[in-house]
Design a protein around this ligand. Structure first.
Ligand SMILES: Nc1nc2c(ncn2[C@@H]2O[C@H](COP(=O)(O)OP(=O)(O)O)[C@@H](O)[C@H]2O)c(=O)[nH]1
Ligand SMILES: [Mg+2]
Length: 248
């Protein structure tokens, strides 16, 4: 079933944002808080996805898929080991990882270290990239339970929220948006002049930073999200692959 879900997800051309963290950190509460108001249930694309994934729209207008997971680390009874494996797979395929923490928990600091150790272990094992920290946003949850500011501020780019009261959720959405912007890749394509549709697609989905019009071809440099780049190259590959070179 997981394999089918994954195959379905690969056809959905949006960045995937996965929630990880200790059991009870508030992942599912956050998942519901973020997607409850903005879910587009009628969207056919998501009919094939499992219920732990939902689409939502960021303030920029960008669509993402939010993926809830079982506890990343927990007291793992045996039957949970399979579920734990599924979580690792979600993480491996995510564009952004939200590390949800219960900052009211007495072991909060040790829990953070545990989760980061697991991510580092995955990086050493080749399951995720070495620079995984660039993809993680630390989400300090349950701020409503502590009086005053968090004892330890979140890592750079992180946010303090309460999934229960909704405090900080706009900041979190903005943080996801800006992390995705940072993840954009600059690529250069050579597109035949007659292929106006392809050019229009690039303008709609990316930021075209330069363009040179020739007699036969147009050379465009464009900033694209990895998910969009993959979609573009897959789609155009079926017709007439554009010549691509990495630019910067
Ligand atoms: N006070 C408070 N409780 C929260 C908050 N977020 C989640 N919870 C509670 O923490 C418990 C675990 O939440 P859940 O979303 O199931 O955690 P998960 O295991 O990480 O998915 C539930 O009782 C939630 O109601 C929060 O921001 N503030
Ligand atoms: Mg949960």
């Amino acid at each position: 079933t997981r394999g089918l879900h994954r195959a379905a997800r690969r056809r959905v051309p949006f960045p995937v944002v996965a929630l990880v963290g200790y059991t009870n950190a508030g992942k599912s509460t956050l998942f519901n808080a973020l997607t409850g108001a903005t879910v587009y249930a009628q969207d056919q694309l998501f009919a094939t996805l499992d219920p732990t994934m939902r689409g939502l729209r960021l303030p920029s207008g960008r669509r993402i898929i939010l993926s809830d997971t079982v506890g990343f680390i927990s007291d793992l009874p045996t039957e949970l080991i399979a579920a734990f494996r599924a979580t690792l797979e979600e993480v491996a395929e995510a564009d952004i990882i939200l590390h949800v923490r219960d900052i009211s928990h007495p072991d909060s600091a040790a829990q953070r270290a545990d989760v980061e150790d697991v991510l580092e272990g995955m990086a050493k094992g080749g399951t995720i990239e070495e620079d995984w920290r660039r993809r993680v946003i630390e989400v300090q949850n349950k701020a409503d339970l502590i009086g005053g500011p968090a004892a330890v501020p979140p890592r750079e780019g992180g946010v303090v929220i309460s999934a229960m009261t909704g405090d900080g959720l706009p900041d979190l959405l903005a943080a996801i948006d800006s992390r995705l912007t940072e993840a954009m890749e600059t690529v250069r394509y050579t597109i035949p002049v007659r292929d106006g549709a392809t050019l229009a697609w690039l303008y709609a989905h990316g930021e075209v930073t330069s363009r040179r019009d020739g007699e036969q071809d147009i050379v465009v440099t464009v900033r694209l999200l990895p998910a969009d780049r993959a979609r573009f190259e897959m789609q155009s590959g079926e017709r007439d692959p554009p010549a691509r070179e990495s630019a910067g």
